[in-house]
Design a protein around this ligand. Structure first.
Ligand SMILES: O=c1ccn([C@@H]2O[C@H](COP(=O)(O)O)[C@@H](O)[C@H]2O)c(=O)[nH]1
Length: 238
């Protein structure tokens, strides 16, 4: 398959490849089609298998979300974003709590270095956290209020969207509007295991609530037939 022969992706699903075994990941990827899902590479696989693994997925024609959640001083974050973008990824992210200057500097560096820069999004509140976890780090707002506050800062910083839970999608669409990507992990098809996720939603409800993209990891990667689960999720959204 050549890159030019691959159709654009028709699905909002981003499959989170969280494996410690590259062969297992590739075995799954071989069963997937770039027109039916995007892929996410996170800290585990990037640390183990590095840029070459990411480039191999891009070469296969997949839109790749490099989920490294950069959070550092502005200059360091900007240089990390430029390095990530040089791998040809479709989307990358920083933590919104790094602040406006950090986010603006990263966005500017991408625009200055790439004709077609990848989408840059800000992580708001991790979907594994609820109000009691927020209280533990000194945040007394509700998860929804904290997400709204950080998402507003992300928008003001000129980024393309946020990572949030689908539970906040309606609130963010009302507050920020349509021209802003809402990338939502914590997606759980009916009956699937929550794992360590706390703010969850089904794929259909997430899309109906205004999510742009659905990040789905274990419900697909740990399934006996991952391609069939992906097919069912895509069908549930049609
Ligand atoms: O708030 C966040 C940000 C990122 N993630 C990542 O998404 C996937 C979710 O995987 P599941 O197996 O579907 O729970 C995982 O790679 C996380 O690192 C998130 O869950 N929440």
């Amino acid at each position: 398959m050549t890159l030019s022969s691959i159709k654009a992706c028709n699905s909002p699903v981003i499959v989170a490849l969280d494996f410690n075994d590259k062969n297992k990941a590739i075995e799954l990827v071989e069963k997937l089609n770039p027109s039916e899902c995007r892929l996410k590479v996170g800290k585990e696989m990037f640390t183990l298998f590095g840029p070459e693994f990411v480039k191999a997925l891009v070469e296969k024609g997949f839109d790749v979300f490099l989920d490294l959640k950069f959070h550092d001083i502005p200059a360091t974050t900007a240089k990390a974003c430029v390095a990530a973008a040089s791998l040809g990824v479709w989307m990358l992210n920083v933590h919104a709590s790094g602040g406006q200057v950090m986010m603006q500097t990263a966005k500017k560096a991408l625009e200055e270095n790439f004709e077609n820069p990848p989408l840059l999004i800000g992580v708001t509140v991790l979907t594994s956290m609820d109000e009691s976890d927020l209280a533990g780090i000194g945040v007394t707002k509700s998860a929804a209020e904290q997400v709204k506050m950080l998402a507003t800062l992300v928008k003001q910083s000129g980024l393309d969207g946020v990572v949030c839970s689908a539970q906040e999608a309606e609130i963010l669409r009302d507050a920020i509007g349509q021209n802003f990507e809402l990338v939502t992990p914590g997606i759980r098809p009916e009956g699937s295991d929550k794992g360590d996720q706390k703010r969850i939603m089904t794929p259909k409800r997430a899309i109906d609530s205004g999510a742009s993209y659905l990040v789905v990891g274990r419900p697909i990667t740990q399934a006996e037939n991952p391609a069939e689960v992906l097919k069912q999720i895509n069908a549930s959204l049609a």
